[in-house]
Design a protein around this ligand. Structure first.
Ligand code: GAL
Length: 641
């Protein structure tokens, strides 16, 4: 199956005089753009006072874009409630873990649990859906749920809603006490009304309490979004999307994926390298103008999986809604991309199956918080460097063959609930779920593998030859059955199936996988400066499990203690592998699975899209691979024309 690819941009008509809208629209069309996203922060201009609706300008903006032949994604403006909203709902702000309200003056200043604000959000969504539902080609709900640390709120509204959520889940305080193990430290409750949020305790709160709060908080996002989706669907048949972010794991994106036709995400490779990755300074320096070679690809694959949750027989629909076009303003350092990188990032998204790549933003804003954030145009409307690269992609798309999509040979399970469990009970500094899964993803990519990410309730593994299930703290029943039935090589662990749903240690001890005689008898975490050497290649770092049992030992550490054990196609990994040990594990698993690996130069990554192979040079210099020299930011398409 193959897809036609499109380009777009994010536009703020409310920032610019109406006289220039038509020219802007004509220039967008000229550039070869198809989509324009508008409206997501415009609430104060759509409704300057409660009930005082001013929608005509938005209608004129949409008409102007349509007249130029462009399609419109309309955002609901609920990430930026206007100042008057606070006068109506003074307690609508989220509250941080130290008990301080998160004030007005930027954005995302609301608590998902506040019913009054939720009703206002549904009201404005319904108004927009009714007026523009028949007009626009797609929708976006809100903007970047979770950005700026906005999922967990310790407000009164959250406390009350959490109590209700617990009462529904457990039915009686006794059942909750049992599940949480509240006999420990005399934490028993007699009534749900006694239960507070898990902040401001003297020392750490009960991890079961905190994990339930995490689950509750994720459910609140799903409920908030579902309300908007229903309000839109009442008036519009256009597909609905949300723009997710990089490395935000505080809510279950797969749940939202089931609600909406399109998953999108906002890709800021240089900002993310600076502020979201653990890489050492010399690596960040090496890729300062390129971005991490795997971070974007990981999220492309992740959000393709999120999109695949929407029940339809079609290909998963996912986009990059915001693509960095030049320097951003919000990371510790904000270098400009190397020439060619905006084009590379765009093609990389297409190679992973994106339907549209939309650049943020059309014109750099001379006011407000993002004055040094590049757009496709400079503040004086002259094309910025990113504009020329977008134009180049547009020209290439006009003649390039469509990009094919096919199932990858390798699957990697990703589980948001495990991210919460690790965060609640990390056991050692640096033991972070995303970090571990991402390091494994990187290890796979360095060997030239293309990867499908799968949700934790996956019931079928048909077609995959290698399946990785790292760190999934509680295995779902469907996944357990799928793992028992698959003929694929499976690499599972560390810390997989390690806890009950209430975050207790299960009996029999983990991993308790049928047919695999392995027991994790003890867990220790390691300082970053005390990696344990393996008998063969590499080390175990950070997280280490002692393994017992009759299964065959595949790898031992330098002291002869088992680190991996196997029965049939199932291999258990009892530690956090460093890159060298991981490489050894993946090569052996791929050999057993009959999956070819490649010896890629460090800056090169490939992505197989059906019969076509894309090759990307993420490094600052030219690299020769497979007899071809790729310039910096080079993109090579190999395969059927
Ligand atoms: C995104 C956001 C945009 C803009 C952009 C700047 O997180 O959705 O509105 O702020 O970052 O890079």
């Amino acid at each position: 199956m193959s897809l036609k690819r499109t380009l777009g941009t994010c536009y703020y008509p409310e920032h610019w005089p109406e006289e220039i809208w038509a020219e802007d629209a004509a220039r967008m069309a000229d550039l070869g753009l198809t989509w324009v996203r508008i409206g997501e922060f415009a609430w104060s201009r759509l409704e300057p006072a409660h009930g005082d609706l001013r929608l005509d300008w938005l209608e004129r903006a949409i008409d102007t874009l349509h007249r130029a032949g462009l399609k419109v994604v309309l955002g609901t403006p609920t990430a930026t409630p206007p100042r008057w909203m606070l006068d109506r709902h003074p307690d609508m702000l989220a509250v941080d873990a130290d008990g301080r309200p998160r004030g007005f003056g930027s954005r995302r200043h609301y608590c998902f649990s506040h019913d009054g604000y939720r009703a206002e959000a549904l009201r404005i969504t319904a108004i927009l859906a009714k007026r523009f539902g028949p007009k626009v080609e797609a929708w976006q709900t809100d903007n970047e749920y979770g950005c700026h640390d906005t999922i967990l709120s310790y407000s009164d509204a959250a406390r009350h809603a959490f109590r209700d959520w617990l009462a529904q889940k457990y039915q009686s305080p006794e059942a909750l006490n049992r599940a949480w193990g509240n006999v420990f430290w005399s934490m028993d409750y007699d009534s749900f009304d006694q239960i507070d949020l898990p902040n401001l305790t003297v020392t750490e709160p009960n991890p079961a309490h905190t994990l339930d709060f995490r689950r509750f908080s994720s459910d609140q996002v799903a409920r908030f979004n579902a309300g908007q989706v229903a309000a839109i669907r009442a008036h519009s048949t256009a597909p609905i999307s949300h723009n997710y972010m990089g490395r935000i794991v505080e809510f279950d994106h797969f749940t939202l994926g089931r609600q909406m036709e399109i998953a999108t995400w906002d890709s800021y490779p240089l900002g993310f390298l600076e502020d979201r990755l653990e890489e050492p300074p010399e690596v960040k320096r090496h890729y300062a103008r390129q971005g991490d070679p795997d971070f974007q690809a990981f999220h492309h694959d992740l959000y393709r999986a999120v999109a695949a949750q929407f029940p339809s027989g079609d290909l998963p629909r996912w986009w990059v809604m915001e693509q960095q076009p030049g320097p951003v303003n919000w990371a510790p350092h904000n270098p400009a991309p190397a020439p060619g990188m905006v084009r590379l990032w765009t093609w990389e998204a297409f190679a992973h199956g994106a339907e549209c790549v939309s650049y943020f933003r059309w014109r750099q804003a001379p006011f407000g918080q993002e004055q040094y954030h590049a757009g496709l145009l400079r503040p004086d409307s002259v094309p910025a460097p990113g504009y020329h690269e977008a134009a180049e992609v547009a020209r290439e798309l006009a003649t390039a063959p469509m990009v094919e999509m096919a199932q990858a040979p390798v699957a990697l399970v990703f589980d948001y609930a495990s991210a919460w469990a690790w965060a609640v009970q990390p056991q050692g500094q640096g033991c972070d779920y995303f970090r571990l899964v991402f390091e494994i993803y990187r290890g796979l990519r360095k060997l030239g593998l293309s990867i499908d990410i799968l949700p934790p309730d996956t019931a079928r593994l048909n077609g995959y030859r290698l399946v990785l299930v790292p760190a999934v703290v509680t295995l779902s029943e469907p996944l357990k059955r799928a793992l028992a039935m698959t003929g694929a090589q499976v690499l599972i662990g560390p810390r997989s199936n390690a806890k009950t749903a209430a975050l207790s240690i299960p009996l029999p001890l983990p991993p308790a996988l049928p047919g695999l005689d392995v027991t994790v008898s003890r867990v220790e975490t390691l300082r970053p400066d005390m990696p344990l050497p393996m008998a063969g290649a590499g080390h175990v770092t950070l997280w280490r499990e002692e393994l017992e049992g009759g299964a065959e030992v595949l790898d031992r550490d330098a002291d002869g203690r088992p680190v991996t054990m196997r029965a049939g196609n199932l291999t258990y990994l009892g530690g956090w592998p460093d890159p060298a040990f991981l490489r050894h594990l993946v090569i052996r698993a791929c050999d057993a699975a009959g999956v070819a690996t490649l010896d890629l130069p460090p800056d090169i990554r490939v992505r197989q899209a059906g019969k076509t192979r894309f090759v990307f040079n993420h490094g600052p210099g030219p690299v020769t691979f497979d007899g071809v020299t790729l310039p910096p930011a080079g993109v090579l398409r190999q395969g059927p024309a």
